[in-house]
Design a protein. Structure first.
Length: 175
């Protein structure tokens, strides 16, 4: 299992979640929202240890205040091809401040700190939006439309580690 550590960005602390905390969050969801959770991810959660950053994700808190502004995560551990997928969400009242960009960059850096990760992937709605701008800022490339089993038609975004490269070059992510 990967080391589970808090990550700091310019504005945020990304605090690792526990299996117990994520399970409690799921129980508090409205039934309709709970029904939209990925069965694959739920199975990973069920089999996970007490702390697993690839499955449990992180709470995004402001560094200078004890305020939660969102969450971010991997959608599972690296697969056999060395790919991980990231996801992030910022509460509406905190959007437009660069927090999603900071979180996406931190997750990407964390992933590439692990030698078995060669590709970090993300999906967005198939239209220009805030998430497409976040991924552009973080150096991801839009690979076009794909059909995802859980999400339907989406744009696929990836950033790759080239053979022999420690970490891909990323753009600065300050606010």
């Amino acid at each position: 299992m990967a080391e589970c550590r808090k990550m700091d960005t310019a504005s945020l602390e990304l605090v690792p979640q526990t299996r117990e905390g994520v399970s409690a969050w799921i129980k508090d969801l409205e039934p309709a929202v709970r029904a939209e959770l990925s069965a694959t991810w739920l199975a990973l959660l069920e089999r996970s240890g007490p702390m697993d950053p690839w499955i449990h994700g992180f709470v995004m808190k402001l560094r200078d205040a004890d305020v939660v502004v969102g969450s971010c995560c991997f959608k599972g551990p690296p697969d056999s091809e060395g790919m991980v997928e990231i996801a992030y969400g910022v509460e509406p009242e905190f959007r437009g401040r660069g927090y999603a960009t900071e979180a996406a960059a931190a997750l990407t850096g964390y992933a590439f700190d692990h030698s078995d990760v060669r590709v970090v992937r993300a999906h967005t709605l198939p239209e220009p939006n805030a998430s497409t701008r976040v991924l552009n800022r973080c150096g991801f490339q839009n690979l076009g439309e794909v059909i995802e089993p859980d999400d339907g038609l989406v744009w696929r975004w990836e950033i790759r580690r080239e053979p022999g490269q420690q970490t891909p070059r990323r753009q600065e992510t300050g606010n």
